[in-house]
Ligand binder design. Structure first.
Ligand code: ATP
Ligand code: MG
Length: 652
């Protein structure tokens, strides 16, 4: 079927036709191998989720109503009671799995710690007592600003034990970002560390925390983990050392039975497109869906797998797939503190080899960085333990998918491209690796129990072609709102299309019903009346053998409305000159047509990214149009933008 571009919300330009059925060896051992599971879930989707909740979790009290849907406000498993820390820890220990490793932790300097489920339970109970001793109780908020050390999940789980909600703030954020999030949540206690290791340096957190807390009237106490050993100021009466407090408290702490709809945590979105929003997640539905997706998307065998999600706990991927999903399922995970290229560019691969990692979950940005560094780095290590690869955070371009599949997965591992958001709480669109034939660059289908549709401007399903990605019914781990702003919740997510949750992302549906994520609709470019997605132009650029990463934006243009400006990072050893820019423009025209051809190609060593590894196109648009930069508080490395500005000025 052909689609008239004039009524398409976003044009579909890129054609990718390679397909990868589940490898026979993988399928033979997979948890789910039949597509029948989709029909089964569809026949009674609420019943499907209720079965997951009963099957995967231990409840103190069963719910009386699976779903109360007062659009756009959902309540799941109403009347049900449970405790998250009990589900993540106590029940595994009670089942005789206390000696199973919960985390193989590795610090950036090379120090390591192995933490069993029994040890984790012990620390969580103690820290729960520390928090109680500081007056934290049910319904209070605790801010957490820490590096990737074991005390971070301990602090989160300790909150859940006593019914407090946590608000984790990235360790890489500035004191301003921390202050704003603490004040928005009115947190009572802050848990932090003297610092953490990053790229061989001690990145100090306590001084930033001190600056923030000078301006946060709600904070009464600060607990500080000693990690890097640098001297820090401890304010008498307010600041407490973690290790001292842990020695003073009782070893056990009774878990508080929580309602399924009680607040579990607040987490602010990464701010790629707008000012971060305080997303609210609750207890029963959230834990059900993260446990479910962690088990089935990653085909988890908890007694054998060594699972590694190489994200930071400071963003939602870490919450759901380093802490809550894996622990609820009794999995063994790797937890790594530092940078992927310290001391060298094979740090990740040496970790995979040493711990025998079987499942790896990371972001396309990381994969494209590895492409830039070259395949020789993974080749130095035995990666044969890997059996499944996952991707999250951004659209994965087909060539990055192929590189991951070939150079990391040795051609034998299925790749699951998982689409979801802070707001969705858990994975929504993804292959089931033993059942789904994948296509590089496509997140394939909504998971069983989930319903999504691509619609046009008027909210009509497109059938085939590009449009707006919407979710058509509630799901257990959906956000329950924006903290302190119920109207903004309704306005942001439920007003663009009646009766649909609009995610903010574009997507296209192909003739086989596969979904292809096209990036943010705010980023869609309008070139001579054609609505072109950033993702497709970027994929065409990354398809060129010399390109590792690309970001494109539309900049105002007298003749075409907008003109495409491409920021391109080349693979190692390739020269960036005007002639090469021409070659790339021609390649894009060839691959997806002349509307997608960039007017300008700017070569750059790096792109502005959020701390969670997402390209911030809105800043690149500011650069391309010569404006002052918008909110840069969530940017990982502000120096990158200055460098790009210089290059942009130098490029005609
Ligand atoms: P803000 O909403 O403040 O701008 P953000 O959207 O970057 O921040 P997150 O919730 O961390 O914050 O990111 C979710 C977004 O990431 C999705 O809406 C989508 O744009 C992108 N994304 C995540 N996974 C995928 C994927 N597999 N394919 C394509 N895009 C993805
Ligand atoms: Mg978002």
């Amino acid at each position: 079927m052909t689609h008239d571009p004039s009524d398409a919300a976003i044009e579909a330009l890129y054609l990718e036709s390679r397909t990868f059925p589940p490898p026979a060896e993988f399928k033979a051992q997979a948890l789910v191998t039949q597509a029948a599971v989709y029909d089964e879930a569809e026949a009674d989707w609420q019943g499907y989720w209720a079965r997951q909740a009963a099957d995967l979790l231990d409840w103190d009290e069963e719910w009386h109503t699976i779903l109360e849907w007062d659009r756009p406000f959902a309540k799941w498993f109403v009347g049900g009671r449970l405790n998250v820390s009990v589900n993540c820890l106590d029940r595994h220990v009670a089942a005789g799995l206390g000696d199973r490793v919960a985390y193989h932790w590795e610090g950036e300097p090379g120090d390591t710690r192995t933490i069993t489920y029994a040890e984790l339970l012990d620390e969580v109970q103690r820290f729960a007592n520390v928090l109680s001793g500081l007056g934290v109780g049910r319904g209070d908020r605790v801010a957490i600003y820490m590096p990737m050390i074991p005390e971070l999940p301990v602090a989160m789980l300790a909150c859940t034990r006593i019914g407090a909600a946590h608000s984790v703030v990235f360790g890489g954020f500035s004191s301003d970002a921390l202050r704003d999030r603490i004040n928005d949540a009115e947190a009572k206690v802050l848990v932090t560390a003297d610092g953490g290791w990053r790229k061989g340096r001690a990145n100090l957190l306590k001084p930033a925390a001190d600056v923030a807390v000078a301006d946060t009237p709600s904070i009464t106490d600060v607990v500080v983990v000693r990690r890097v050993g640098e001297p820090v100021e401890m304010r008498e009466g307010r600041d407490h050392w973690w290790h001292e407090e842990m020695g003073k408290v009782a070893a056990t702490c009774e878990p508080v039975s929580m309602g399924a709809e009680d607040l579990l945590y607040l987490l602010y979105t990464s701010g790629t497109t707008a000012k971060p929003k305080g997303i609210m997640h609750t207890t029963g539905g959230y834990l059900t869906q993260v446990a479910h997706t962690h088990k089935y998307v990653f085909d988890l065998k908890a007694d054998r797998d060594v699972y590694w999600c190489a994200a930071d706990i400071g963003w939602v991927t870490g919450h759901s797939y380093i802490v809550y999903g894996p622990l609820a399922n009794g999995a063994t995970s790797v937890l790594y503190e530092g940078a992927p290229d310290h001391p060298d560019k094979d740090r990740w691969w040496s970790i995979v080899e040493r711990y025998g990692v079987t499942i790896l979950y990371c972001a396309p940005t990381a994969i494209r960085a590895c492409m830039k560094w070259g395949a020789e780095w993974p080749q130095r290590h035995d990666l044969s333990s890997l059996r499944l690869l996952g991707s999250v955070g951004e659209p994965i371009n087909p060539e990055a998918w192929m590189w991951y599949h070939t150079h990391i997965g040795g051609g034998r591992c299925p790749v699951v491209d998982t689409w979801w958001q802070t707001e969705t709480g858990a994975i929504m669109i993804s292959p089931l690796p033993g059942a789904t034939t994948t296509k590089p660059g496509s997140a394939t289908f909504p998971l069983p129990g989930i319903a999504a549709e691509v619609v046009d401007e008027q909210g009509r399903p497109v059938g085939e072609g590009g449009g707006y990605l919407t979710l058509t019914r509630p799901w257990p781990s959906m956000l329950r709102g924006i903290w302190g702003d119920p109207e903004r919740y309704e306005q942001t997510y439920w007003s663009r299309f009646p009766d649909r949750y609009f995610a903010g992302d574009g997507a296209k549906l192909d003739a086989d019903g596969y979904l292809w994520l096209l990036g943010r609709v705010d980023d869609v470019m309008n070139v001579s009346g054609h609505r072109v997605s950033t993702t497709e132009v970027e994929s065409a650029l990354v398809d060129h053998p010399t390109v590792a990463e690309a970001a494109v934006v539309g900049a105002r243009d007298e003749t075409t409305g907008q003109a495409i400006v491409a920021f391109v990072t080349l693979r190692g050893g390739v020269t960036a000159d005007a002639e090469h820019g021409e070659a790339l423009r021609a390649h894009v025209a060839d691959k997806i047509g002349r509307f997608g051809r960039p007017k300008t190609v700017i070569f750059t060593d790096d792109l502005p990214k959020t701390r969670s590894g997402k390209i911030m196109r809105r800043l690149l648009r500011d650069v391309a149009e010569g404006r002052d930069l918008g909110d840069t508080t969530t940017l990982a490395d502000p120096a990158v933008v200055d460098e790009i500005r210089r290059r942009a000025v130098a490029t005609p």
